[in-house]
Design a protein around this ligand. Structure first.
Ligand code: TXE
Length: 497
């Protein structure tokens, strides 16, 4: 029987014996069979995490000791890098080389938090009174539900797991039901690295069955979620019942703004990567191209030429530049999205359909797609397709570019291309998105906060704020010379008075 749930230090089967087959998005072949958790399993995982946290053992470890644990996890990830990258590309269908890049990022996240955590000190508060010692301390927030998506499964898990461990929390990790393999491997590594029993727990399975209880249970203190907007809203509402802390990253509709005075060749090349990397299954994908009218024709014709030449293929295709979509359901969503864009008046310049290549017939391949003549009233500009679909809008002035760039309920990321540094600075400041790239698109670092304005989410991952998510702040006030408060009279009152 498959035992891939990790609860209270043991590998277990689902309580009702259910399993799920994971099939390759590239060709439908069977990748792995894993346990499919029930709500009872989720409750058992919460129980284990709660007991481990309430025992106080892990929280009482010194920062240095927890830092050593997190650093050891980074070392073990490095040791197993080839095997883990292979598992990630098996589940997601992404090219092996991309999975290898992702893994290097995962390792850097664990290393970053291992170093950062050691620096968290108490803060002394100056009260102006010599008798008082007042300090601010940081304590782990408690039991955390860490719920992740399928596009960067281990990377998104690392943004949550590394700071949670560093802070001294206990957690239940629930990766997407579509991509469980690397989370299983990570749990083996955390166990090998020496985390106390019950600190790290793994639940696999459907969001509504295995995931939802983690967001509703009063024994959970925090939910950190990365995924879709609709699910994020549901999770926030569920968490409100017990006033859990909530951190959400819910994707974006990210404007990529090219002014006529930009380095046009670099801007075009980056615009292609921004939207077609990983077939657009990236929360910060540059899906909205805003281009100054005078350069529209040149930019668009070159992007279309480049899009037509993109080679798609599976994990081991060394010539491929991007891969399949995650599932049939997702491919059908992208198809519907393109159809509705055309119905709303957008012009399809290339793509817009499943790949006709024979080697792609058993997988979920969708052609790189470019839609021109778009505007912000169209759902293709407002809603996340999460596929290889670029929408193009034109602007005439800086003010118009800013206004278009902000005309979205999302606010995750954006870019501005221009040789005028004062202009790029003005635009970067005016855009209401959590990350702005100037004359670049896409890079991020573990040291820099990541997250969204508006409906793209709340709170931040990565950077020092990414650790703060997992810390409670406590003020401890010590009076070294206890005295009466003097507020109320301590004299006995006569009966008549
Ligand atoms: O994500 P879901 P889906 C966007 C993208 C995509 C859309 C839907 O637009 O097309 O979301 O994708 C768990 N309680 N992003 O349906 O549902 C689920 O099991 C608790 C953007 O795959 O958000 C999985 O582990 N958990 C995104 C996780 O939530 C629940 C990356 C994400 O699934 C749950 C991926 C519930 N009620 C998709 N329902 C980004 N921000 O990068 C589901 N889950």
């Amino acid at each position: 029987m498959d035992r891939s749930l990790f609860i209270d230090g043991f590998w277990r089967a689902a309580s009702d014996g259910s399993t799920r087959e994971i099939r390759s998005p590239h060709d439908g072949s069977l990748v792995v069979v894993v346990s499919e958790a029930t709500a009872t399993d989720s409750s058992a995982a919460i129980d284990a995490a709660r007991r481990s946290f309430d025992s106080g053992e892990f929280a009482s470890w010194s920062w240095r000791r927890r830092s050593d644990l997190v650093a050891r996890i980074a070392d073990l990830l490095e040791r197993d890098a080839v095997e883990i990258a292979r598992k990630e590309s098996g589940d997601t269908g992404k090219r092996l080389v991309e999975a290898e890049y992702d893994l290097a990022d995962v390792i850097s996240v664990f290393r970053y938090y291992a170093k950062l955590g050691v620096a968290v000190d108490d803060r002394i508060v100056q009260t102006g009174d010599d008798r008082i010692r007042s300090r601010i301390t940081h304590e782990p927030v408690g039991v955390c539900a860490l719920i992740g998506p399928w596009n960067y499964p281990l990377l998104q898990a690392s943004w949550k797991v590394a700071p949670a461990l560093m802070a001294g929390c206990s957690f239940i990790l629930k990766p997407s039901e579509l991509t469980p393999s690397t989370a299983i491997h990570l749990m083996h590594i955390i166990q090998e690295a020496g985390a106390p029993t019950g600190v790290a727990n793994l639940i696999l399975g459907a969001g509504t069955i295995a995931g939802a209880p983690l967001t509703q249970d009063s024994r959970v203190d925090l939910v950190s979620f990365t995924g879709g907007l609709m699910t994020g809203r549901r999770i926030m509402a569920a968490a409100a019942e017990t006033v859990k802390k909530v951190a959400l990253e819910l994707g974006g509709k990210n404007p990529n703004i090219i002014f006529a005075d930009a380095d046009i060749d670099a801007a075009i090349d980056n615009a292609v990567t921004a939207v077609f990397l990983h077939s657009g299954q990236v929360c910060s994908a540059g899906t909205r191209l805003l281009v100054e009218r005078s350069i529209h024709d040149r930019v668009v014709s070159e992007i279309v030429r480049r899009a037509k030449a993109i080679r798609m293929g599976g994990p081991d295709d060394l010539l491929a530049e991007t891969g399949p979509l995650i599932s049939r359901a997702h491919l059908e969503k992208v198809e519907r999205y393109v159809d509705s864009a055309i119905a709303e008046g957008a012009t399809l310049l290339t793509g817009g359909k499943r790949s006709g290549e024979k080697s792609h017939s058993a997988g979920w391949y969708f052609e790189p797609t470019v839609l021109d003549g778009c505007n912000t009233r169209m759902s293709c500009v407002q809603d996340e397709s999460f596929g290889p679909v670029l929408t193009i809008e034109v602007f005439d002035t800086e003010e118009e570019a800013i206004s278009l760039g902000n005309d979205t309920i999302y606010g995750l990321a954006g870019a501005v291309w221009s040789a005028d540094t004062e202009k790029t600075e003005r635009v970067a400041r005016a855009l209401r998105h959590g990350t702005i790239w100037i004359n670049d698109f896409g890079p991020y670092r573990a040291q820099a906060e990541w997250g969204g304005f508006k409906s793209s989410g709340i709170r931040r991952e990565l950077g020092p704020s990414g650790l703060d998510e997992y810390l409670e702040i406590k003020h401890i006030w010590t009076n070294t010379s206890p005295a009466h408060s003097g507020w109320f009279s301590d004299e006995e009152q006569g009966e008549d008075s």
